[in-house]
Design a protein around this ligand. Structure first.
Ligand SMILES: NC(=O)c1ccc[n+]([C@@H]2O[C@H](COP(=O)([O-])OP(=O)(O)OC[C@H]3O[C@@H](n4cnc5c(N)ncnc54)[C@H](O)[C@@H]3O)[C@@H](O)[C@H]2O)c1
Length: 438
């Protein structure tokens, strides 16, 4: 039985968007919002700004804009706060990131210069390629408290009525869920004992979730994908989502693989390699950080293709993902895919993709949509993992016992049906038999 639609509080007042990490993605996102507000660009790639949702029967032609259908915060109500272990303000960081044209950044200079990052909770053990110079000091517990104080002071200063936190910091080294992640009590104890195995990203999420602030994880780090944080999110009624923004090559993979699977074409091998030269690429040049990313990138094909159900087509699939740091490319990544497929009677074919993509241009609208939808979820009284936001994520978090849905089209349907459900509209099944079998 479907639950009754929730009642949704209005989006009144300002919404603070809190961003640990003020690098390429964050600055492209913030500068993008300012540019859009000044009429210097369009929010392309953002469902919340440009997307529509179909309602009712196909013959009714009711397809409102999502932002007119559900009550979302408006762009001119957003205020931005950030932390970074590098002291550059958003103007300097945007210039260094090299994603947007310097002439555009110059037009937004005063707005961007006003965003000065707070000192970071940083530990080089977790991001070995970075040397943080703009950092907080103290035990793990003290660091979490200092982050919390930054949040409280920012909300007071801006008068924001609500906040959302989106992790846009570097990918941390690979860690697995351990005993101090197993329950909230264990995590609290680990914080009290200054347990060095607690990653900095967890401290930001802890500070947000204890305040009931929704949190999304744009990187593949564990962070909120542990029982302790899910317990905390449920306790404080905070919606959470993660992990890892679905951009570039993985976006392509989750568009293409469902199509091949739908037509029952076999796949023998999928070789993916990338060159990129931004700071993210440099961080991922460290094998420990790459391992975190690799796990996230490799996971998508298994659940889309389901080799256990289709052994003849997919059980021998060889899947390889490489990322190569190549500074001349900056943020303009090039991703190659070679896909060895086979069809009728086992005859072999090949697909080659050469995606000249701009990573942060693809990530910025995801940050916006996650922030606005998580704020909506909070006002609708939803808490814990928001599976309907899997659409935006490479490695979607799911409730224990469920497998994640990676197919972009299933994810889109889930998102649209969740919006319909929230507003008391009929779900769309795409059966449509009544149109043509009277
Ligand atoms: N660009 C994309 O399309 C994309 C896609 C998926 C995921 N991501 C992930 O999003 C994150 C941001 O990507 P980016 O391209 O902006 O990287 P970036 O290197 O430009 O920015 C990350 C920033 O985080 C800062 N940082 C590192 N540790 C920190 C800490 N503990 N506290 C505060 N700041 C910290 C770094 O100094 C840096 O300025 C990365 O984890 C990346 O893997 C990016």
């Amino acid at each position: 039985m479907t639950q009754a639609p929730p009642s949704i509080a209005p989006a009144s007042g300002k919404l603070a968007i809190l961003l640990p990490g003020l690098g390429a993605v964050s600055t492209t996102f913030i500068a993008g919002i300012e540019a859009i507000l000044q009429g210097l660009g369009r929010p392309i790639g953002s469902l919340t700004q440009m997307g529509r949702v179909r309602l009712g029967k196909r013959t009714e032609m009711k397809v409102p804009l999502i932002k007119e259908f559900v009550p979302l915060a408006s762009l001119d109500d957003l205020v931005f706060g950030s932390w970074d272990c590098v002291p550059d303000n958003a103007y300097e960081a945007a210039l260094k990131a090299g994603v947007l044209e310097p002439t555009l950044i110059e037009k937004l200079r005063s707005k961007l210069e006003a965003i000065q990052p707070w000192t970071a909770a940083f530990d080089q053990k977790f991001v070995q390629k970075l040397h943080g110079t703009h950092c907080k000091r103290g035990t793990r517990r003290a660091l979490a408290e200092q982050i919390g104080n930054d949040i409280d002071a920012f909300l007071k200063k801006t008068g924001a009525s609500r906040a959302v936190m989106i992790w846009c910091g570097s990918t941390e080294v690979f860690t697995q869920s351990g005993p101090h992640h197993a329950s909230l009590a264990a995590l609290e104890k680990a914080l009290d004992h200054d347990e060095q195995a607690i990653a900095p990203s967890i401290l930001y999420a802890y500070a947000a979730l204890t305040r009931g602030i929704p949190y999304a994880n744009g990187a593949p780090n564990l962070t909120v994908d542990i029982p302790a944080m899910q317990e905390l999110a449920n306790q404080t009624h905070a919606p959470i989502a993660g992990k890892d923004f679905k951009t570039g090559q993985t976006l392509m993979k989750t568009i293409l693989a469902p199509g091949l699977r739908a037509r029952h074409l076999g796949i023998r091998g999928w070789y993916s390699t990338n060159i990129l030269g931004n700071r993210d690429g440099e961080v991922l040049d460290d094998p420990q950080s790459f391992k975190t990313k690799e796990v996230s990138k490799l996971s998508v094909l298994g659940t889309i293709l389901q080799p256990e159900l289709n052994p003849e087509l997919y059980s021998d699939l060889y899947h390889k993902v490489c990322i190569n740091y190549y500074p001349p490319r900056g943020d303009n990544k090039e991703g190659w895919d070679n896909i060895d497929i086979f069809g009728w009677l086992g005859y072999a074919m090949q697909i080659k993709i050469d995606f000249l993509c701009r990573d942060s241009i693809l990530a910025a609208p995801i940050v916006l949509d996650l922030a606005l939808f998580l704020d909506l979820a909070k006002r609708a009284g939803l808490k814990g993992i928001q599976e309907w936001l899997s659409f935006y994520l490479k490695s979607p978090m799911v409730k224990e016992g469920l497998y994640p849905e990676h197919n972009l089209f299933h994810q889109e349907m889930k998102l649209m049906n969740t919006l319909r459900w929230m507003m008391g509209e009929t779900q769309i099944t795409h059966l449509g038999i009544d149109y043509y079998q009277a």
